[in-house]
Design a protein around this ligand. Structure first.
Ligand code: ZN
Ligand code: ZN
Length: 319
């Protein structure tokens, strides 16, 4: 799967070899965060393990049961060659492909706002591209007969039009996608080397599966879309999948697993992203708390509130 295009991260249905995953020990987990002893107290607290749950034992169809992952420690990340934003390339661009109909799609403005808070970087939405005016390969899925766009055509276009100040460009669409004629579908595809990716939210809508939308539908679609968006953007910073905590960077093999994954970054992944972007951790959490409050993500708002208490109150949690 990863050989398709470098830096690919996807959730796809395909036959996979079953491999045993061993839960990391606490020593391995702490070592993955790396030593923080030389850092000031508030920064040590920002990368502490309080408020985070260990990664659960994978079920038979879960990502870690069918995909071998070595994990990526903070030290390994630092030593690797990876993409960092710099003076000239510091914008995250979102490129809508096709229509985002009100009431049936996540709000682009909210996704932009969320990415801005999450990465503490400038995020811009490019003018939407009309699929009828693009030279895209489109098919009807041979099994379900739904319309699908070939991902490679979109990536090719993004690569050709990459803005000079782009750290990365993520195309987002409500259209279903496929990576080549042999595959049933793909949620998304990215090229880390080219700093472009395309991701579909089509399969996050219960209607896609013939189910009805509940009263919580808008919140569900926004949460699912926001989650995949930040997961895929984080890959653009060369963050690999996380095997240490319940974390937004866990791989996921199916929607139920993805839904059980939190929106938060664990201390290992947060430290990698912080070193790449340089944000102040508490300030970032305050922005996220405001966003969660605005959109009614009560669980996330409460979690960030507890996390901030831990980081900002030096007496919190001590005897
Ligand atoms: Zn991934
Ligand atoms: Zn993580």
């Amino acid at each position: 799967m990863k050989s398709l295009i470098s830096g690919v991260c996807l959730t796809i249905f395909m036959a996979s070899l079953i491999m045993a995953f061993e839960l990391p020990t606490q020593i391995e987990t702490l070592s993955a965060i790396g030593s923080t002893n030389a850092l000031p107290d508030p920064i040590q607290r920002a990368f502490s393990i309080d408020n985070f749950e260990p990664i659960p034992i994978p079920g038979p169809n879960d990502w870690l049961a069918v995909h071998h992952e070595n994990g990526q420690t903070y030290d390994e990340f630092i030593l690797s060659v990876h993409n960092n934003p710099d003076e000239t390339r510091n914008f995250i661009y979102l490129q809508p492909i096709g229509q985002f109909r009100r009431g049936q799609s996540p709000s682009l403005d909210l996704l932009k706002e969320y990415a801005q808070a999450y990465f503490s970087m400038k995020v811009e939405i490019l003018p939407a591209l009309d699929t009828r005016k693009l030279d895209l390969t489109i098919r009807l899925n041979p099994y379900s007969q739904n319309r699908q766009i070939l991902t490679g055509d979109i990536l090719h276009k993004l690569k050709r039009n990459l803005p000079a100040n782009a750290f990365c460009v993520l195309a987002i669409t409500m259209e279903d996608l496929y990576p080549n004629p042999r595959w049933n579908f793909v949620f998304g595809l990215a090229s880390l080397q080219d700093r472009v990716g395309v991701f579909s939210f089509a399969r996050y809508d219960p209607v896609f599966y013939g189910e009805s939308r509940s009263s919580q539908y808008r919140e569900l679609l926004l949460r699912r879309s926001a989650k995949v968006l930040v997961h895929e953007i984080a890959h653009m910073f060369s963050l690999a999948h996380c095997i240490y905590f319940k974390c937004v960077m866990n791989g996921s093999n199916h929607l139920q697993e993805s839904d059980s994954r939190p929106l938060s970054l664990c201390p290992v992944c947060l430290r990698k992203l912080q070193s790449s972007i340089g944000f102040e951790v508490a300030t970032r959490y305050h922005r996220l708390k405001q966003f969660y409050s605005n959109v009614g993500f009560i669980f996330e708002q409460d979690w960030v509130t507890r996390r901030l208490k831990k980081i900002e109150d030096s007496n919190y949690g001590q005897d």
